[in-house]
Structure formats: C-alpha cells, structure tokens
Design a protein around this ligand. Structure first.
Ligand code: MTE
Length: 303
C-alpha cells in the first residue's frame, strides 16, 4: 500500500478554493514569473472554512490592510501611505562571504527561479495570525544564486529605504531594518522568498517586491522589501534585538509555552474573523524544522 503523507504546509488549494479559481491559478503558475507579475488581476476566492484543514485563508482585504512596517508607521493602518513607495526598478545585492559580491536586478533574479504558491500560517509576536497564499520561490534557490562560501554560517536581509518611508525620520530606531537566519534555516524547505500574495504581485505594504517568509518563526524575522543579503560567519545584528534584546532573540521560533514579556503566546487572534485559537510550537511546522535545533538546545530558541 502506498501512503502519501501530506506535509503541513501543503494545504491543498482545493480545500480552500473553488475549483475554477484553482485551475485559473494553476495555469498562471505554470507560466513564467514574468507572466505572474503581468497578470495581477487574477481573482482569488473567499476562504472556505468547510474544506480547510483546520484553518481558512484570511481574506485578502485584512491581510493587506493590517500591517507591521515601521519604516512607514508604528500604526497598523499604513497601507495607503505605502502606495507611495517606489518598488521598480529594484536591485538586490549579495555581499559578505560570497564567491563574488554582486548586484542583481529583481527581474533577472526571477528568471532564474521557478515561482510556486504556498499557503502558510503567519504568526506575529503580538499574538495575531493570518493564513495567506503566498507566491514566490524557495529560499534555497536564493542561496544557490548568491553562492555563499562554505564558511558562511548566517545571512542577514536588509530592507531598502524609500522617500515615502516617513518612519525613517524616527531616530530612536536603528535603521535600516535588518534580520537574519542561520544558513541551514535558509536552506530548509519551508523558508521562502515571497514575491506575491493572493495570486498578485506583493503590494508595497506587505513587502514588495520581495520579502522573507519563514512561517515557523515570529513575523518580526520576516524582512520586507529586501535590497541586500549579507553572508557572515557570526550572527548578524537584528533590528528588534538591537532595540529590546530581552524581548526579541535571534532564533524567535514560535512557542506557546514561552511568553513574551508583554504578550502571552498561548493563543492567537485570527485576522478578519472574531476567533482565537491555540498557538502551536513552531507554528505547527515542527515536522519540518524541529531537527534544525537539535544541536542548538543550549540557545534561547524561542524568543
Ligand atoms: N520588515 C520591515 N522592513 N519593517 C517592519 O517593521 N515588521 C515585521 C515583518 N517585516 C517589519 C518587517 C513584523 S513585526 C511582521 S508581523 C511582519 O512583517 C508583518 O507582515 P505583514 O504586514 O505582511 O502582515
């Protein structure tokens, strides 16, 4: 007997989306990344809780209007302001411990990867959560293109700065926004570079044109509008850790049993619906990522 075990992130589209929308999106995803970017009008169906395995998609209007992006504001209502950001042309720099430091245009990067869709749960340390159909490519492909040296152990992602980002005038924050991962985390199959959501290119407020998506970690690790990736031998500095080292650690894996000083992490509020559900360790993705930490037990893995 052949047993096919569905892995946690593979929430079947057919379980959350009517078939017509699935087929539509499939044909689109089958095309090139350029096609994906050129076809922003693809409709996305409402989440259908009846077919969803445990959790429905968050409605697009909530995921795109309740945001964290301190470069614009410390309020959640920044999406209008973010429309003023220039996200094209866009260049990404590979720096530090790489075979050849260089810059690459976003379109050229897209030509070297295959774009796919992943439906992931997203958990913010502020105890809200959403479930989003992201499009993008595995972070392992970014590693392949960047060509880090074998001695590199970490990588840091840096957010670009734009005139529309009025929050950058706030001197109490250590701009630019930077956060990082260990190389083996970045190579894990769940780690994703996101370029779209709900079948459309990413909107500015969610991190256009490309952002980090690591669903087993709290959202503050998921750097938006990446302009630079620096490979290092030692743990990079991270924006929130710099500001409040006792509240935000480097690893920041989701764990309901480890409270943040200001928020219990036991439960999470689902955006757009009046519902609170229990939080799961590694945000429910332990089968894929727990082994990354078996040799790191002495570290502060959970906040
Ligand atoms: N990236 C940058 N550059 N600036 C930020 O303030 N906030 C982080 C993360 N990435 C942030 C960022 C936090 S705290 C979260 S929860 C997610 O973005 C929120 O992503 P969303 O707005 O798409 O929901």
């Amino acid at each position: 007997m052949r047993i096919i075990r569905r892995r946690g992130w593979e929430i079947a589209e057919s379980q959350v989306t009517p078939e017509s929308a699935v087929l539509n999106r499939r044909s689109l995803l089958g095309g090139s990344a350029a096609l994906l970017a050129a076809a922003p009008g693809l409709a996305h169906a409402e989440p259908n809780a009846k077919y969803a395995p445990g959790r429905a998609l968050t409605e697009e209007k909530y995921a795109t209007t309740y945001n964290n992006y301190y470069e614009f504001s410390d309020s959640k209502n920044l999406w209008r302001q973010a429309q003023g950001m220039k996200t094209s042309p866009w260049t990404i720099e590979f720096a530090g411990m790489v075979k050849q430091p260089r810059k690459i245009a976003f379109e050229d990067l897209l030509k070297q990867v295959s774009v796919e869709e992943r439906i992931y749960r997203h958990r913010c340390v502020e105890a809200w959560a959403m479930t989003v159909p992201w499009t993008g490519f595995p972070m392992a492909e970014l590693l392949r293109i960047a060509e880090p040296l074998a001695s590199a152990k970490y990588l840091a992602f840096e957010t670009g700065q734009d005139k529309a980002m009025v929050g950058l005038n706030e001197p109490m924050y250590p701009w630019p926004f930077i956060d990082g991962l260990a190389i083996d985390e970045a190579a894990n199959e769940l780690a994703f570079i996101t370029t779209g959501m709900y079948g459309k290119p990413l909107p500015p407020q969610n991190g256009a044109p490309l952002r980090v998506t690591t669903p087993w970690k709290y959202g503050f690790k998921q750097v938006k509008a990446v302009v630079k990736v620096t490979f290092t031998e030692t743990q990079p500095r991270c924006f929130w850790h710099d500001i409040l080292p006792n509240e935000y650690g480097f690893w920041a894996n989701v764990n309901p049993a480890v409270s943040h000083p200001r928020w219990s992490q036991a439960d999470e509020r689902l955006l757009g619906v009046d519902e609170t559900v229990p939080t799961q360790i590694y945000n429910g993705y332990g089968d894929f990522v727990a082994s990354l930490y078996s040799n790191r037990k002495s570290e502060k893995l959970f906040m």
